[in-house]
Ligand binder design. Structure first.
Ligand SMILES: [Zn+2]
Length: 140
């Protein structure tokens, strides 16, 4: 299943400080964690995909075909697991610093752990104060 197929149906992509921001089309929820994260939200808050029942609202794709929510397959679960890992960085350091770490390729706490102040200061937007704060959070 290609999650991008749901763009413009369940979520839209906006911009937040230069990062792609994935916004739920049914409420104010938004995440920098990627399409998997926003779809996980849609599934949890607006659907129960595991229940075999008619969707409350009929949703059609661009060609007018009705879309029936599919049961979660293992691929989706893997992607959801990745989204959780990504949000772990955002949950730990906040949206702003978390997004900087993720865009620099440090999407997990394990990848952030070996970094030093000098390494962190190479990341755009992170100065000495933020770098020290990150290390302090990691050591707690
Ligand atoms: Zn929502």
């Amino acid at each position: 299943m290609n999650v991008k197929e749901f763009e413009g149906i369940f979520y839209r992509v906006g911009k937040w400080r230069g990062h792609d921001n994935y916004e739920c089309m049914q409420c104010t929820f938004a995440t920098l964690g990627g399409p998997e994260k926003v779809l996980a939200h849609v599934r949890k808050k607006h659907f129960s995909w595991s229940e075999r029942c008619e969707p409350m609202v009929a949703i059609a794709d661009r060609r007018g075909r009705e879309i029936t929510p599919e049961p979660v397959d293992s691929g989706m679960e893997e992607m959801a697991a990745e989204a959780v890992t990504r949000s772990e960085v955002i949950n730990t350091f906040g949206e702003e610093v978390g997004a900087m770490l993720i865009s620099a390729g440090y999407s997990t706490l394990t990848s952030v752990e070996p970094l030093t102040v000098d390494d962190l200061m190479k990341i755009e937007g992170i100065g000495r104060t933020r770098a020290k704060k990150i290390l302090k959070v990691m050591s707690e």
